[in-house]
Ligand binder design. Structure first.
Ligand code: ZN
Ligand code: ZN
Length: 410
């Protein structure tokens, strides 16, 4: 891989993704297969003045062994030191970088009940840190680099090295890195453009949005009062960071009890190391009352049965069908990319910043504001199609076409 572009990528994550400040500790979750990029991030973070860099290495092989063969007792709790490490670093304002890259089918055959139990335990025991992250109390950034098992799932007909090369090309395109370009400047311009859409959506102050397409989606989503649409960058105490690279979405949080109808997924979802295809949900007053999937329905059901909040939507996100990642026509089997190629929703916890001033509200206050403020999960799934139509109704009774033929109409 072109090392000049790799260095640009590492600096982009450090300077725009986290926006590392002098004296700030940095934590990086990194697959062992991506050690080279982990080292570059480390160097870039120190160059930017980081106080220290803590790397958490992970490995698909060992992870799979753990899920298959570890003693059954280990899936009901997280070791206290795991929580302590995160919480202590958070007190110092850690910037958290995660590299999302794994074999999409790494946990095929693992008991879904183990996954559900552990995810519930992790949600409970790591709550302090995840709440802080969800409410922008620390800057965080999720990015991806290719690993062979993932690249082969995306490009099954290519030999290993060509599949890796192709996935690198696609990732660089998605994060706007070119050989002689200025990725940092590109990102500032890109964020400004999608932040414009977010502002327009917020100004409309929609009371509800109605989704319809030929896949069978026919869904009404009511929006809470004082909701905000967000895109591009977020703020942690006035310091801008970008939580997802790439990001194309303009998102908010629906009214927890205001979702009714049928919602059909338009892409497979990689969930807990399994590929779930053909998802169809029915909603009644916000709650998922019927679940169907063509494959791995059990995996999906286990995640939705995690807690009461996981039965409700926490995110509504708009992505034009005609956008760079979508136009590549590639199914990435990685939510970071697939969600940024498609309109999507998430079931589970909402981002507090989707309500005006929400970052400083308590869980009860957020509930009163109407969003899904209590769940130990947050799972995005894709619903956008070329023929998706979204019609909005404003609080003063106007009807506005928001999406037509899969793209923004506002
Ligand atoms: Zn999203
Ligand atoms: Zn999400």
């Amino acid at each position: 891989m072109n090392s000049k572009m790799l260095w640009q990528y590492a600096r982009l994550v450090v300077e725009v993704g986290i926006n590392v400040q002098k004296g700030q500790p940095i934590m990086i979750n990194c697959p062992v297969e991506s050690a080279q990029f982990g080292r570059m991030l480390t160097t870039a973070a120190f160059d930017a003045g980081a106080k220290d860099v803590h790397i958490n290495w992970r490995d698909d092989y060992c992870t799979r062994q753990h899920w298959l063969y570890a003693d059954d007792s280990v899936f009901d709790a997280v070791y206290p030191w795991e929580a302590m490490k995160r919480n202590e670093l958070a007190k110092e304002g850690v910037g958290a970088i995660s590299i999302a890259a794994s074999n999409p089918e790494n946990l095929k055959g693992v008991d879904p009940n183990r996954l559900r139990r552990y995810n519930a335990a992790a949600g409970r025991d790591l709550k302090e840190f995840s709440k802080l992250q969800m409410s922008n109390g620390i800057p965080w950034c999720v990015v991806s680099v290719p690993i062979v098992s993932w690249a082969k799932k995306v490009f099954p007909d290519l030999p290993d090295d060509e599949a890796m090369e192709r996935l690198w090309e696609e990732i660089f395109k998605a994060v706007r890195i070119t050989e002689d370009g200025d990725a940092v400047a590109e990102w500032h311009a890109h964020c400004e453009r999608i932040e414009g859409y977010a502002k327009r959506m917020t100004d409309y102050d929609f009371a509800e949005l109605h989704y319809k397409n030929s896949l069978g989606t026919d869904l009404t989503v009511r929006m809470p009062e004082n909701h905000m649409w967000i895109a591009g960058g977020d703020y942690c105490k006035d310091i801008k960071f970008v939580a997802n690279m790439p990001t194309e979405e303009v998102f908010s949080a629906p009214l927890r009890t205001g979702v009714n109808g049928t919602l059909v997924a338009s892409k497979p979802l990689v969930l807990n190391g399994n590929v779930v295809e053909g998802i169809r949900f029915t909603f009644k007053d916000g709650r998922i009352v019927d679940i169907h999937a063509d494959t791995n329905e059990e995996t999906l059901r286990a995640e939705i049965d995690l807690d009461e909040g996981s039965h409700y939507l926490g995110e509504i996100a708009l992505v034009p069908y005609d956008s760079p990642i979508s136009n590549s026509g590639i199914l990435f089997f990685n939510t970071l990319f697939d969600e940024n190629a498609s309109c999507h929703f998430a079931f589970g916890e909402a981002y507090p910043s989707c309500i005006k001033g929400g970052e400083t509200l308590s869980e009860d206050e957020l509930k009163n504001a109407g969003i899904n403020a209590e769940s130990n999960t947050h799972v995005d799934f894709m619903v956008g199609t070329a023929d998706l139509e979204i019609v909005g109704k404003t609080r003063d009774g106007r009807t506005v076409k928001v999406f037509e033929n899969g793209n923004f109409a506002i």
